[in-house]
Design a protein around this ligand. Structure first.
Ligand code: IDP
Ligand code: MG
Length: 148
C-alpha cells in the first residue's frame, strides 16, 4: 500500500489549523501510520528540500520551515501520494481550487500550510528522513472493508 509524507507546516500549527487538515485527510479514508511533532533544524530542512537548493526562494523556505514546530505524518492508502496532492491543491494558494486545503485556508505561496510527497519514490526518501522503521505502525482497521 502506498505511503506519503505529510507535513503540517508551521503556519498551520500557528493558525490552529492542524486538526482540520489532518481531519480532512483522515475522513478521505487515508490511514495514519506514523506521526510526530518536531521543530525542524536547518540540516533536516536542507535535506528535505534539497531539490530546491539554488532557487530564489530556498533560503526563505528553510527559514520558514524551521521557524516553529510542525507535525510530520505518514499517511497510507491506495494512490495516497496523488490523492493527497489533489487534496492539498496547487503550490500557490492563490491558484489552488476551493475545496483544497491550500485553496480554502491559504493566500501566500510562502505560507501554504501543508507538504505532501510528489511521487511514491520521493515519499520513501522523505519518510526515511523523518521516521525510523520502528516509528511506522503496521495495523489493520476494520473500516478498511468499507473504504476499499
Ligand atoms: P509543493 O509543496 O507544492 O510540492 P514545491 O515546488 O515542491 O511545491 O515547493 C516547495 C515549497 O517551497 C512550497 O510548498 C512553498 O512552501 C515553497 N515555494 C515554492 N515556490 C515558492 C515561491 O515562488 N516563493 C516562495 N516559496 C515558494
Ligand atoms: Mg514539492
Amino acid at each position: 500500500m502506498e505511503r506519503s509524507l505529510v507535513l503540517i507546516k508551521p503556519d498551520a500549527i500557528q493558525r490552529s489549523l492542524a486538526g482540520q487538515i489532518i481531519s480532512r485527510l483522515e475522513r478521505k479514508g487515508l490511514k495514519i501510520v506514523a506521526m510526530k511533532m518536531l521543530h525542524m533544524d536547518k540540516d533536516l530542512a536542507q535535506r528535505h528540500y534539497a531539490i530546491h537548493k539554488g532557487k530564489a526562494f530556498f533560503d526563505d523556505l528553510v527559514t520558514f520551515i524551521t521557524s516553529s514546530p510542525l507535525i510530520a505524518i505518514v499517511f497510507q492508502g491506495e494512490n495516497a501520494v496523488q490523492i493527497i496532492r489533489q487534496m492539498m491543491g496547487e503550490t500557490d494558494p492563490a491558484k489552488a481550487l476551493g475545496g483544497t486545503i491550500r485553496g480554502d485556508f491559504g493566500i501566500d505561496v510562502g505560507h501554504n500550510l501543508v507538504h505532501g510527497s510528489d511521487s511514491p519514490q520521493n515519499a520513501c526518501q522523505e519518510i526515511d528522513l523523518f521516521f525510523s522503521a520502528q516509528e511506522i505502525f503496521d495495523y489493520d482497521r476494520d473500516l478498511d472493508t468499507w473504504v476499499y
